[in-house]
Ligand binder design. Structure first.
Ligand SMILES: *[C@@H]1O[C@H](CO)[C@@H](O)[C@H](O)[C@H]1NC(C)=O
Ligand SMILES: *[C@@H]1O[C@H](CO)[C@@H](O)[C@H](O)[C@H]1NC(C)=O
Ligand SMILES: *[C@@H]1O[C@H](CO)[C@@H](O)[C@H](O)[C@H]1NC(C)=O
Length: 210
């Protein structure tokens, strides 16, 4: 009797654990075909809801000096809510860099459509994987790992489309997180084994944001 009980409890624990693990491995699955925002009038609900036109003209706009990312996540495109996908267009000026960052909720699949990009990510064993990508190449950034893209060509622009395995991949910039928030200069200096003057110099260089 006791062993049956223990077995049952174990089964429940394992089921719960695997359920939690699944929930963390990707966006939660939804029980509807799609999620209609509250206060949507059903009489006017149509294909427009599933359409995002916010990037029209993006390929005609002048390329920024450094890098410009234009997102279509569930924030900009509510129909993505519950569908576990989103996209961004990354436009790099000559020498432009998308500084090291992580996307806590999404794997990233980068497709270079113009120019060339130096890319890399660091895994949890601290191993760095890098590649030089040409137009037509794809590169995958595993979920949560710190990564970057850099247009090393100082005379040519570059552009890439990023697809994410989440409706809201999130983004945590390493330089901004460390130096543009209010972590005390003394703490940063200690953590980075340097002095407060160097920390202040780095902070000054990051303002205004690159
Ligand atoms: C929906 O509409 C009602 C009445 O106009 C309003 O009180 C409510 O805040 C709205 N809810 C959302 C989520 O917009
Ligand atoms: C579809 O809905 C949008 C508003 O969400 C409205 O502006 C548009 O006119 C509708 N289209 C048709 C064909 O009903
Ligand atoms: C930069 O791009 C131009 C134009 O495609 C090319 O001619 C040049 O070789 C590139 N420079 C480097 C350093 O790759």
């Amino acid at each position: 009797m006791t062993s049956i009980l223990v077995h049952a409890v174990l089964c429940i624990c394992v089921t719960l654990a695997s359920f939690c693990w699944t929930a963390h491995a990707s966006d939660p699955d939804i029980l509807f075909d799609y999620i209609i925002p509250q206060n949507t009038s059903i009489s006017t609900f149509n294909g427009s809801f599933f359409t995002f036109t916010g990037m029209r003209g993006i390929f005609d706009s002048p390329t920024p000096p450094n890098v410009k990312g234009t997102q279509a996540s569930m924030v900009e495109f509510p129909a993505l809510n519950g569908q576990s996908v989103s996209m961004a267009v990354l436009q790099f000026g000559p020498g432009g860099i998308n500084a090291p960052h992580t996307r806590p909720h999404a794997t990233g699949l980068l497709f270079v459509v113009e120019g060339s990009l130096e890319v890399g990510f660091i895994d949890t064993t601290n191993k760095l994987y890098t590649q030089t990508l040409q137009a037509g190449d794809m590169f995958i950034f595993p979920k949560r790992l710190i990564h970057y893209q850099y247009n090393a060509n100082t005379s040519k622009t570059a552009m890439a489309i990023a697809a994410f395995g989440s409706a809201n991949g999130g983004s945590v910039s390493i330089p901004a997180t460390l130096f543009e928030d209010d972590i005390d200069d003394n703490i940063l200096a200690k953590a980075l084994k340097t002095d407060v003057a160097t920390i202040k110099q780095i902070k000054a260089g990051l303002t205004p944001k690159a």
